[in-house]
Design a binder for this molecule. Structure first.
Ligand code: ADP
Ligand code: MG
Length: 291
């Protein structure tokens, strides 16, 4: 069964690409098959997996999006059971070509529908914006995974994001499970611990228990173009992503069970309701920058 997860936050530098690439690597290490789709024209996920590629990809996800076609011709194998739909410079023009209409948002969904090959997980690395490319990722996914950097204005950014999503008034957004993961956590500071508490209070069950710590090894792995599982399997950054992968995999099983057993009631567990005004939830101390 294919599960499609869009890693998304309009804020840059909060760990989207690091989460997408290393969650994928950890799921592969657990024996799952994974496709990473790089939807960011900056192509950071493509670079972060580049060590496993023989050369810079000449065919990119742009081509498949324009054709609304099979992803197969653009796929690059990273390792057995691990594929990449790479990004490249041509994607910089895609936002204009795709347009802002609802039909344009369905291109990636169409590509996945006609693609014969299947994977256990498809992980989409979205660009740091709420433009047409991101909406293609959101439309195509079952779940939205929001990496939340544990730092100044964390909840302010998340509040803005949820409010912006609500403003789009797309009925299909209501169907998406929204979850969050805390990233770039520096456990040595009291400030980080306090922000962490507020992020937990804000998201409740929708926050994965696993926390991704700030560790330089994750940066190093990206610069060598390999997932952390291939760079240093014993380091904190790898253990964190393995724990996240285990939680993500278990969550999928639980959601399926819930949906089968109760048709909706507990399947909503762990889902943020876009109808709520999230701005009224805890976290104002951080939002107002009072620390
Ligand atoms: P985004 O995709 O949201 O822009 P990235 O994943 O590219 O964010 O992360 C931004 C920068 O922070 C990158 O240089 C990345 O290597 C670094 N980074 C991300 N997560 C961590 C972490 N847990 N520890 C250390 N550095 C990190
Ligand atoms: Mg990125």
């Amino acid at each position: 069964m294919r599960r499609v997860i869009a890693v998304m936050n309009q804020k840059g530098g909060c760990g989207k690409t690091t989460t997408a690439v290393n969650l994928a690597g950890a799921l592969v290490a657990m024996g799952r098959s994974v496709l990473v789709i790089d939807l960011d024209p900056q192509a950071h996920a493509t670079l972060a997996l580049n060590g496993g590629l023989s050369s810079t990809p000449t065919r990119t996800i742009h081509e498949a999006l324009m054709r609304r076609g099979d992803l197969a011709p653009v796929l690059v194998p990273v390792e057995p059971g691990f594929d990449l739909a790479p990004s490249g410079d041509d994607l910089f023009f895609a936002e204009r070509e795709i347009g802002h209409d609802e039909e344009g948002e369905e291109r990636l969904t169409d590509c996945l529908r006609v693609t014969q090959r299947t994977w256990d997980f498809v992980i989409i690395d979205c660009p740091p914006s709420l433009g047409p490319l991101t909406f293609n990722g959101l439309r195509a996914c079952d779940e939205i995974l929001i990496p939340v950097e544990i730092g100044f204005f964390s909840l302010n950014g998340v509040g803005n994001l949820l409010r912006s999503l609500r403003r789009y008034r797309r009925s299909w957004l209501e169907e998406k499970r929204i979850r969050a993961v805390a990233t770039l956590y520096d456990r040595q500071t009291t400030f980080a611990r306090e922000v962490m508490d507020e992020v937990r209070a804000f998201f409740g069950d929708a926050l994965y228990t696993t926390v991704i710590h700030r560790t330089v090894k994750l940066k190093e792995a990206a610069s060598f173009g390999v997932p952390i599982t291939r760079y240093d399997a014993g380091c904190r950054g790898c253990l964190d992503h393995m724990a996240l992968a285990a939680e993500v995999a278990a969550q999928g099983a639980a959601a399926t069970r819930d949906a089968q057993e109760q048709e909706g009631a507990s399947a909503a567990h762990g889902r943020l309701n876009l109808e709520e005004d999230q701005g009224d939830r805890p976290g104002h101390a951080v939002e107002s920058g009072s620390r």
